[in-house]
Design a protein. Structure first.
Lengths: 225, 470
């Protein structure tokens, strides 16, 4: 899948390109609005990551002109956090926005969500190795053994399982599981993961919940490299 | 128009002067005119009556012609006067007009035994010279009628009135000018203390916010102004001091994580290390970045929340349920710290749910930090006619009375050594206070020996539809 990153800050563009390429995307980079718009019109990208503050033509201008002929999804990166700016970005035809500075896993998650197109389907049955999740009856078994989870623990496990292999940041987890949309200076998520691990992983040699230090948590059979 | 106060006052004063002097001038001028005209009219009427009496003594119209010289001499003796005597048929018997006034046809008063004169008429001869004239009917001995008219040029009186009017104009103009100048000078003099206040206000800059305006030297009317300005300076100074302190604290707190990143990276680069070591370093750097990011986010939140454009997304909800939810969110870490949580009460509240959660979460996280093992944190929601109140209470060492007022300050930490700076950035309670205040409420901290309580009061909603429904 081919993505376009329009970002004038060299270091940001560099690491975003590298990170996305390592996540399996082909990435082109433009350093200003005019070049970016040109590339976006010439090629068929699956998605455009667009900085708002750009030399020569800003992000609003790019998306406005792009929308005359193309419907490529656009993810805005913005250092401004006024609600008005966000609304403006979405009204002009942006599909999502992310505030700078952002965690890379957050960017990856947003890109994946946009590329998935359409709402995530609730999966009734999930299995991962010997872990089985019955979403309807809210039951979890590991190696055939029933595991009792509190509703929040179940929500946490279900979130990790539906995003199997995807690193989820603490902020994302707090927002999805508890609907807490702000950074509290506490380690609530870490503790919740620890308690979930005690029930899911402790009795087994094959660990499923992995910590990606500095980034977040992931549920998978293999340890992430 | 932006005129100075002195100019404006002088202008208003001069307008008043012009108006009152003009009014006086007009009244005086009119009175004089009236009197002068009245006198000359009376003189004319007497003249006509005299002529009529003289004519009455004559036998016929023929006799008039004979006595022309006598009549003219008798009646006039004044070169400005004109005389015309005609018969009822219109035949002119005498037309004496030495100064060419040009007699017009005057309506004559009817003849009677006692010769009466008609109303005095006024016109202009040759378009410019004002003339007054009067006519009357006279009866001769033979019974025939005569019309006697007398007119007089009024140019001498007009001249008198003209020069009088000019004097009035000149007086009004010069008096006004003097009044304006004097008024301007006096107003300027009266405003000297105001300029003194302005001058001392001008000398106040961000670096010299401690200087104040001298109230005692200002006149009584300006005391309030000077005192208000001083109070404003006081507030500004406090705000500046707080901002300065805030900047210093912020810089200090930013230095720690950045120093950590730099130091750890330098040490790591000093020699070749294993991939695991590098990975650990990067992860540690990310943690430090997260700290910085959180701090920036918090500072930005405080800055935006205090701007008047900040938009609250209010809805109505049960605060008690939210407390349950927050307790559940902190369930894990409370259990790990060996602390019980007790939630009770209900209260309908009209607030921004997200911000409410943030405020209470910060209070709870703070309480958890200071609660000893095996103790209980109480969260209570209560409702009264005044609004909803939330109390988060925890046992612990408590806060010294002297520090109670400071707990909501930015970067205030109970422990001077900042031992917690990794987990607490000292902005949590400042954010709580800001959130409550933008809802129009108040935040309070109480502490007694062995227990600390934070109370948030949210005012009752105005529409009152849901107040007291639970």
């Amino acid at each position: 899948m081919r993505l376009l990153v329009i970002e004038d800050e060299r270091k940001t563009a560099e690491y975003v390109k590298r990170g996305l390429e390592e996540s399996g995307y082909t990435v082109d980079v433009a350093n200003n609005g005019v070049d970016g718009l040109h590339l976006a019109m010439e090629n068929d990208y699956e998605l455009i990551v667009l900085d708002v503050m750009l030399p020569r033509l800003d992000g609003w201008g790019v998306v406005k002109q792009l929308r005359n002929s193309k419907e490529t999804p656009v993810l805005f990166l913005t250092a401004r956090d006024d609600i008005d700016d966000r609304v403006k970005g979405l009204e002009l035809g942006g599909d999502d926005y992310l505030l700078k500075p952002f965690a890379f896993v957050e960017l990856l998650a947003r890109i994946r969500t946009l590329l998935r197109r359409g709402p995530v389907r609730d999966v009734e049955h999930l299995s991962l190795g010997d872990l089985e999740i019955d979403a309807i009856r809210r039951r979890v078994r590991r190696a055939g053994q029933r595991i009792e989870l509190t509703p929040r623990e179940f929500a946490l496990l279900y979130l990790l399982a539906t995003r199997r292999g995807e690193v989820l940041s603490r902020t994302q987890i707090a927002s999805h599981v508890w609907d807490m949309n702000f950074d509290s200076d506490t380690n609530v998520v870490d503790v919740a993961i620890r308690r979930l691990r005690a029930k899911i992983d402790d009795a087994h040699t094959l660990k499923l919940i992995h910590t990606v230090r500095g980034m977040g948590y992931v549920l998978d059979i293999d340890e992430p490299d | 128009m932006h005129l100075s106060l002195s100019a404006r006052l002088a202008l208003i004063f001069s307008l008043i002067t012009v108006l009152s002097l003009s009014l006086a001038g007009v009244v005086l001028f009119n009175a004089l005119t009236h009197q002068l005209l009245g006198q000359s009219d009376l003189a004319l009427q007497l003249k006509v009556r005299h002529l009529c009496q003289l004519a009455g003594e004559l036998d016929s119209t023929l006799a008039i012609r004979d006595h022309q010289e006598r009549l003219v001499a008798l009646a006039l003796g004044d070169p400005e006067l004109a005389l015309r005597i005609e018969t009822t048929e219109g035949t002119v018997l005498i037309d004496h007009d030495p100064s060419h006034i040009g007699m017009i046809a005057l309506p004559a008063a009817p003849a009677c035994e006692r010769a009466a004169s008609g109303p005095v008429q006024h016109w202009s001869a040759a378009g410019t010279v004002p003339v007054s004239g009067v006519a009357s009917m006279a009866k001769l001995r033979d019974g025939s009628g005569l019309k006697v008219g007398v007119a007089r040029s009024m140019s001498d009186q007009a001249q008198l009135l003209n020069s009088y009017r000019n004097i009035i104009f000149a007086t009004v103009a010069s008096t006004t000018l003097i009044a304006v100048v004097l008024c301007y000078l006096f107003v300027r003099r009266a405003l000297v203390p105001l300029r003194a206040i302005a001058a001392s206000a001008q000398s106040i800059t961000a670096e010299r916010l401690d200087s104040r305006i001298d109230v005692s030297s200002a006149p009584l009317e300006l005391h309030d102004l000077a005192q208000t300005l001083n109070a404003m300076l006081q507030r500004l100074q406090q705000g500046f001091d707080r901002l300065w302190q805030f900047t210093v604290d912020l810089a200090h707190d930013l230095r720690t994580p950045i120093g950590n990143m730099r130091g750890a990276s330098e040490v790591a680069l000093a020699r070749t290390r294993s991939a695991t070591d590098y990975r650990a370093l990067l992860a540690s750097n990310i943690e430090e970045c997260d700290r910085v990011t959180r701090m920036i986010e918090n500072v930005l939140f405080l800055a935006r929340a205090e701007s008047p454009q900040f938009a609250l997304h209010r809805s109505q909800f049960d605060a008690g349920e939210e407390l349950q939810r927050i307790a559940e969110y902190f369930d894990g870490i409370s259990a790990e710290s060996g602390v019980q949580v007790q939630v009770s009460g209900h209260a309908q509240i009209y607030a921004d749910r997200e911000l409410f959660r943030r405020a209470v979460s910060n209070l709870f996280a703070n309480a958890l930090r200071y609660t000893p093992r095996d103790e209980t944190i109480c969260m209570v929601a209560a409702e009264s006619t005044l609004g909803a109140s939330i109390r988060v209470q925890n046992p612990g060492e408590g806060i010294a009375a002297a520090d109670l007022g400071k707990v909501f300050d930015r970067f205030y930490r109970g422990d001077e050594a900042r031992s917690n700076s990794g987990t607490s950035n000292g902005l949590g309670l400042a954010i709580v206070k800001t959130i409550v205040e933008i809802h129009g409420g108040t935040a309070l901290a109480r502490s007694e020996v062995g227990t600390t309580a934070f109370e948030l009061h949210f005012p009752a909603f105005r529409d009152g539809t849901a107040a007291g429904s639970i």
